[in-house]
Design a protein around this ligand. Structure first.
Ligand code: GUN
Length: 291
């Protein structure tokens, strides 16, 4: 049987270390890490994510604010809120939950966030720093950064000679994940909806990262025996006879587990790491602000 990668345990390790770092920062400089989470509209999944981000920030002892704005909020109103948070010295990290309603230009909002408070790592400055390897001063997007820690726990920091295949080319996961794997010396392929022979390509992967948002798309016979499988998908599907919904990843977990060497479950794999890395980025930002 494969090793089941315990994202909750890995996240607890990250959080324990950053709580110590945050306490030390506060003791030495008086700075308390502060995070502002902004949500616009009523998307149920976004509301759940935002609530868990705020809860975790409080558990870590951070200063945290949550602005829940109505769907009809204008782009100008949202820009004004982000600018206010940019100027607030008690706030070190700003997260505007995506997706935003269609009438708001997400790109403009992301570029309005001050790069030094962009704990999501979505601003062009941080994207550029990740692309060029300026990792000491970049903010790296939380889901890929968390996935990378899980991969390092299996393979160490140097992935020389290993083939990594990422299924999905999003700005939030696929592209930054590719850069991180490349910096760790993996041989990286990004696959997507127009890729030919996807199962065959996936079978070449020593490390397979699934980030497409298609429930249970990746099957057992797509997986190289012994591969490490990182499932970033969180899909809610109807679960059968009792009419309840259940969460599944982009990987058909039960069958994939018969082939993989190590695999992340959904839930309890990448998800907790995303939140832990958001907290870590916030402490990093607060430390940089404190000088
Ligand atoms: N929506 C889905 N994932 C994310 C994320 O990592 N950050 C933000 N801001 N929105 C998201």
């Amino acid at each position: 049987m494969p090793k089941i990668i315990d994202g909750n345990a890995a996240a607890a390790d990250v959080l324990a270390r950053l709580k110590v770092a945050a306490q030390q920062l506060t003791a030495e400089t008086g700075v308390v890490p502060g995070i502002a989470v902004v949500i616009v509209g009523q998307d149920p999944a976004s509301k759940v994510y935002v609530a868990s981000k705020g809860k975790k920030a409080k558990e870590c002892g951070f200063h945290s604010t949550e602005d829940a704005l109505p769907t009809h909020t204008t782009e100008e109103e949202l820009v004004a809120l982000v600018e206010k948070l940019n100027a607030d010295p008690a706030i070190h990290g700003i997260l505007v939950q995506l997706p935003l309603p269609d009438h708001i230009d997400s790109g403009r909002i992301i570029q309005t966030i001050a790069p030094e408070k962009d704990v999501d790592g979505f601003h062009f400055i941080n994207v550029g720093k990740l692309g060029t390897g300026e990792l000491d001063t970049a903010f790296v997007p939380c889901t890929p950064a968390g996935s990378m820690i899980l991969i390092e726990r299996e393979h160490g920091r140097d992935l020389s000679g290993l083939n990594a295949v990422i299924v999905g080319r999003s700005n939030i996961v696929g592209k930054p994940m590719a850069n991180l794997l490349l910096h760790a010396n993996a041989t990286v392929t990004i696959a997507h909806s127009r890729t030919k022979n996807l199962p065959e390509l996936c079978r070449s992967a020593d490390i397979l990262v699934a980030a497409v948002g298609r429930p249970e798309m990746i099957k057992a016979d797509w997986i190289k025996p012994g591969a490490t499988v990182i499932d970033v998908g969180i899909n809610r599907i109807s679960g059968g006879s009792n009419g309840k919904t259940r969460l599944v990843g982009d990987v058909s977990y039960e069958e994939a587990a018969t082939k993989a060497g190590a695999i992340t479950p959904v839930p309890g794999g990448v998800g907790p790491m995303t939140i832990a890395l958001l907290m870590a980025n916030t402490v990093t930002s607060a430390s940089r602000a404190a000088g």
